[in-house]
Design a protein around this ligand. Structure first.
Ligand SMILES: [Zn+2]
Length: 277
């Protein structure tokens, strides 16, 4: 019986080798294509499309319901980067990054209220610690919260896993503390698109869905109100998740663009929703 055993062992070895090759190809592909966020840092602006979508990763594609507020730990969610809306139909998912920012966050909140619109705020942990009252206002208005790391280090994908874990989990704790009892952070968006398979896994295992986007307005560069408006109107065919910023500098153009775009969305029959968890 030696020969069949030997053959089986060889087959196992071949399978293991093939799996390892596939695994490493997947990992290097993820890292190479992870630059996604325009952000406010040094990250290369991406197309708004994510290559780091976790395809082929075992266990990465089993979405679970988000945890409910309370003391129970949040349920695990998918580690794939979300680009779609949780609502079917014609919907837009506004995402507002890099705040809170005194002066601008409240202006954005006022506009969203005026047009009865909802958004997801991707909050920098250290800024949440600095301006907890603004985070409370965001949460109290019913908008969703997204973890945007502690320090917005757009090169965090090059740092050790222990650093990545702290950036993700400490930011979540800072945001939840600032927002107040019952608040829950449902997403994680890497600064500068610096996702790694590891940071996505950390986020997902703590109930935060990695969040990408479909339409990049490049508003953080102050390209002109018309440019931001046009980027959205022509970009909506790419998908529902639109990237704006309330932090990172003077956001007057963003506010002016939203003043035009929020009624436009309504006229066009869009509803305001949230990215899929
Ligand atoms: Zn950012």
């Amino acid at each position: 019986m030696a020969r069949p055993t030997a053959r089986r062992s060889r087959q196992h070895l071949l399978i293991a080798t093939a799996s390892a090759v596939t695994f490493f190809a997947t990992i290097s592909g993820c890292v190479a294509m992870a630059t996604e966020d325009a952000g406010t840092g040094t990250g290369t602006p991406g197309t708004g499309r994510s290559g780091d979508d976790g395809k082929g990763r075992p266990g990465a594609s089993s979405p679970a319901a988000p945890g409910t507020a309370g003391s129970t730990p949040p349920a695990r969610v998918s580690a794939e980067i979300s680009h779609e809306s949780e609502d079917p139909g014609k919907t837009v998912n506004l995402t507002i990054d890099d705040g809170p920012e005194p002066g601008w966050t409240v202006k954005v909140l006022d506009l969203l209220k005026k047009y009865d619109a909802k958004a997801t705020f991707c909050i920098i942990g250290s800024r949440a610690q600095e301006y907890p009252d603004l985070v409370k206002k965001v949460a109290a208005a019913g908008h969703r919260l997204c973890d945007h790391s502690v320090d917005h280090n757009t090169a965090m994908d090059k740092r050790p896993e222990s650093y990545q874990e702290r950036q993700v989990l400490d930011a979540r704790a800072m945001i939840e503390k600032a927002a107040g009892p019952g608040a829950r952070v449902l997403y994680y968006r890497a600064p500068g698109g610096a996702f790694t398979p590891y940071s996505r896994e950390v986020a997902a295992s703590h109930g935060m869905r990695p969040l990408g986007w479909s339409v990049d307005t490049h508003d953080w560069r102050n390209p002109g109100v018309g440019h931001i408006v046009d980027a959205v109107k022509t970009g909506m065919k790419e998908g529902p998740v639109v990237l704006f910023h309330d932090g990172g500098g003077n956001r007057g153009q963003t506010v002016a663009a939203l003043e035009q775009l929020l009624p436009w969305f309504k006229e066009q029959g869009y509803t305001f929703g949230y990215p899929k968890i």
